[in-house]
Design a protein around this ligand. Structure first.
Ligand code: IMP
Ligand code: MG
Length: 179
């Protein structure tokens, strides 16, 4: 097993092993199954980062549900730009729907804050957030996160959808940048 990976010349060490990620996703799905049984929720995966989480979560949902993917502007490198531009791909009718936003990570919360405001304009019946990873100490928005996989320190992470300048999304575990 690989406990260290190198991407663009930087070293990352394993923080959350693959099995732990899968176990936690199962727990979140179980909660969602209980709470959304008769609501035909619409999952909105946020690309690119959330594609694996959205897929693995969705596979465990055992009642009627739909999924669609949207995109919000991302940032390059290890620092957030703090500038979120637009939502792309919102081509489904979401008025009156029960939405579950599926995110890879909430850092400052700027992306999620922006997304919530945009979605709200379309009058969904309800909106909840499922994020695999949450960095509470980086949060600078008033946000209510309904399903959180893991709370982590503010260090830079890669793996399981999360990238460092495009690399690392394919890793099955989550890794943290070595100081
Ligand atoms: P926020 O708007 O600051 O909450 O950042 C949200 C987005 O920044 C996430 O959807 C990720 O794409 C990206 N991001 C934040 N922290 C990390 C990280 O540690 N590794 C990789 N991407 C990150
Ligand atoms: Mg993301």
């Amino acid at each position: 097993m690989n406990h260290e990976v190198s991407l663009h010349g930087k070293t990352f060490t394993e923080l959350i092993p693959a099995a732990q990620i899968q176990q936690r996703i199962l727990e979140i799905a179980t909660e969602i199954n209980r709470e959304y049984a008769k609501m035909k929720p619409l999952f909105l995966g946020v690309l690119n980062g959330a594609f694996l989480f959205a897929a693995d979560l969705f596979k465990h949902v055992n009642h009627d549900c739909e999924i669609s993917f949207i995109r919000v502007s991302s940032y390059a490198g290890t620092e957030t730009t703090g500038q979120v531009k637009s939502v792309i791909g919102l081509n489904m009718e979401i008025e009156g729907r029960h939405l579950i936003i599926v995110e890879d990570i909430v850092d400052t919360g700027d992306t999620m804050n922006f997304l919530l405001n945009e979605l709200d304009k379309h009058k969904p019946a309800s909106v909840r957030i499922a994020t695999l990873v949450f960095k509470p100490d980086a949060l600078r928005n008033q946000l209510n996160l309904d399903y959180v996989g893991f709370r982590v320190p503010t260090d830079f992470l890669v793996g399981y959808g999360l990238d460092y300048d495009g690399l690392g999304r394919n890793l099955n575990s989550i890794y943290v940048l070595k100081p």
